[in-house]
Design a protein around this ligand. Structure first.
Ligand code: 5AD
Ligand code: SF4
Length: 443
């Protein structure tokens, strides 16, 4: 009999891409993906372990699901992803309503596990692999707008930033066969998708070597860009230490490679960067920003930053604010440092910045960035952009929204064009997060 599986995803884009791989693995067997948790026989929660609050949120969700399990006592809950990998069997011991846990490299085992799990039994698969890339699996896009999709191009990370759990939860870095990546992009395009985002923890170190060919990230981007000029290509995430001029040249050459680079800075202080094991200085980072501006004058730049890492002084914090003033990011993901078990920081440093200080520093960064984003957007007023329409605006049924190449959201009144089509929009107004424009017939 067909069994319904409900998949809930937390964390980064990689996790969303992984859930689509899980969907594909299960639907090849006797399982159906349901969008209604109330219809589920199995609930899979794909988890994130990056900060303590990500894990707390998942524990809270598990508690909420107890009510549903009282009504449907046969429902089995499984934890996938980074939190499963980090806590291993501890998680099934601590959470009574979790029946199985599966780490990021063991998803092929899921059908068998679901089929064989018996009452009261608990199962776990958390072995990490040095080769698994799920290259042969065509993800099932079960939660999609039909226009934009993720393609995972590599897995794992071995940068070992001092604060980060990812190398421990996702294992060693490995790249996927470029041919399978290009084929996946082509299939998506044929299905009507118009934008793909190539994903990896550190895409600049993508490298495929099979004795015959050696393909690096710039060549891969170029290959995917050639699938069709109507297919937009984005990528995330870049490590500043490996952002090459060669990649910037490839980006400049192809109009359909989107002009947006996410370049996590983490801190503006050289002392902090060294302690974080980021392997670049603020000078190096600013040189990379200058290179982006040189090759791609209209490129947007976004970042990640951490406030209150171990021993951070007011002076270090001021250097971060200064970095933000210099780069003038279009968007930033801003976090308070959260000590993660087993990381280098946990073993060798002290989480010595009081929470109120972390909060205040974070708020200062958020306020500054809000101002910069607004000013950057104000400079967009009057400009005309090609926009890929993604859907109806969340605010009004009479408006559509889409993104420009720079990944900025633009809202405009519905005209003759539909989601999935390109159009041109002139920017009329803005907030710090959104551009508001009018569709124009001809550029
Ligand atoms: N505490 C706070 N933020 C963190 N990040 C990674 N680890 C931690 C941590 N322990 C942030 C980094 C990274 C982003 C995905 O999450 O900024 O780039
Ligand atoms: Fe969270 Fe990092 Fe795992 Fe993504 S890779 S789910 S951000 S811990």
């Amino acid at each position: 009999m067909e069994k319904n599986v409900y998949i809930e995803t937390y964390g980064c884009q990689m996790n969303f891409a992984d859930s689509e791989i899980v969907g594909a693995i299960l639907t090849k067997e006797q399982f159906t993906i349901t969008k209604e948790v109330s219809e589920a026989d199995y609930i899979l929660i794909n988890t994130c372990a990056i900060r303590d609050n990500a894990e707390q949120r998942i524990r809270k969700r598990l508690h909420e699901l107890k009510a549903l399990q009282r009504q449907r006592p046969w429902v089995r809950i499984g934890i996938l992803g980074c939190m499963a990998e980090r806590l291993k069997t501890k998680l099934i011991e601590e959470e009574e309503n979790v029946s199985f846990i599966v780490g990021p490299d063991s998803y092929r085992k899921l059908p068998d596990m679901l089929e064989h799990i018996h009452d009261g039994e608990k199962l776990s698969e958390t072995l990490l692999s040095e080769v698994e890339t799920y290259a042969d699996i065509e993800p099932v896009r079960f939660d999609t707008n039909g226009i934009t999709a993720y393609i995972s191009i590599m897995r794992g990370c071995q940068n070992f930033c001092a604060y980060c759990v990812v190398p421990y939860t996702r294992g060693r870095e490995r790249s996927r066969d470029p041919e399978t990546i290009v084929n996946e992009a082509r299939t998506l395009f044929e299905q009507g998708f118009r934008e793909v985002t190539l994903l990896g923890q550190n895409v600049n170190s993508y490298r495929w070597d099979d004795g015959k060919a050696s393909v690096g990230f710039p060549e891969l981007m170029s290959m995917v860009a050639q699938v069709s000029p109507l297919l937009r290509v984005r990528f995330a995430t870049s490590h500043p230490k490996d952002l090459s001029d060669e990649l910037l040249k490839v980006m400049a050459k192809h109009d359909n490679i989107c002009k947006c680079i996410h370049l996590p800075v983490q801190s503006g202080s050289d002392r902090m960067l060294k302690l974080m094991n980021r392997r670049y200085t603020s000078e190096w980072y600013l040189d990379r920003i200058a290179a982006i501006r040189r090759y791609l004058p209209d490129c947007s730049i976004t970042t990640d930053v951490i406030a209150g890492f171990c021993s951070e002084t007011e002076e270090d914090h001021e250097s971060t604010l200064e970095m933000f003033r210099k780069v003038r990011y279009d968007y930033a993901y801003m976090f308070k440092f959260s000590m993660r078990p087993n990381t280098y920081a946990e073993k060798h440093m002290t989480d010595d910045i009081p929470d109120e200080v972390k909060t205040r520093r974070l708020e200062e960064i958020i306020a500054l960035q809000g101002q910069i984003a607004l000013e950057n957007n104000q400079k967009e007023i009057g400009k005309i952009y090609e926009v890929l329409i993604e859907g109806t605006s969340h605010r009004s049924a009479d408006q559509l929204f889409g993104r420009n190449s720079q990944n900025k959201v633009i809202v405009f009144d519905k005209g003759s064009r539909k989601p999935g089509e390109y159009t041109y929009v002139r920017v009329l107004r803005c907030t710090s997060a959104t551009l508001i424009g009018e569709e124009i017939d001809n550029k």
